[in-house]
Design a protein around this ligand. Structure first.
Ligand code: 5GP
Length: 117
């Protein structure tokens, strides 16, 4: 399996740069966002370097499902389930994506507005 890729998240996966890792499996890594927008802000990423949901293929079907389930597991472990939380993935320029390695944001610990800005 490929581990990493060419982005900053690839470096985090390979432990070349530090991150506050909260959860890790063979295929998935979760770590705290360096610039949190909420009391709890965690990024859940596949170790496979898929640039975004838009770049995923049918081959990634199982991995994408696993990513969502692992996000729910991380949120549970962080004590977010009762109060609720948001899981979001940004895609491309209009989506506000800045790191082109697929990631789910878990945002919790405060009420989130809808629609988002
Ligand atoms: P995006 O805007 O692509 O959806 O989200 C990228 C996220 O990655 C941002 O929330 C940003 O704060 C976070 N981020 C960028 N570089 C780093 C880093 O080196 N370490 C960590 N932990 N988070 C990062």
């Amino acid at each position: 399996m490929t581990h990493g890729g060419d982005t900053i998240f690839g470096k985090i996966i390979r432990k070349e740069i530090p991150a506050q890792i909260v959860y890790e499996t063979e295929r998935v890594l979760a770590f705290r966002d360096i610039n949190p927008v909420a009391p709890t802000h965690i990024l859940v990423i596949p170790k496979k370097p898929i640039p975004s949901v838009a770049a995923a293929t049918a081959e990634d079907k199982e991995l994408l499902g696993e990513l969502l389930l692992e996000a729910a597991e991380v949120a549970r472990r962080e004590g977010l389930e009762e109060g609720g939380y948001r899981v979001v993935t940004n895609i491309g320029y209009n989506g506000g994506q800045t790191v082109f390695h697929l990631h789910l944001h878990i945002i919790g610990g405060r009420h989130c507005q809808w629609p988002p800005g």
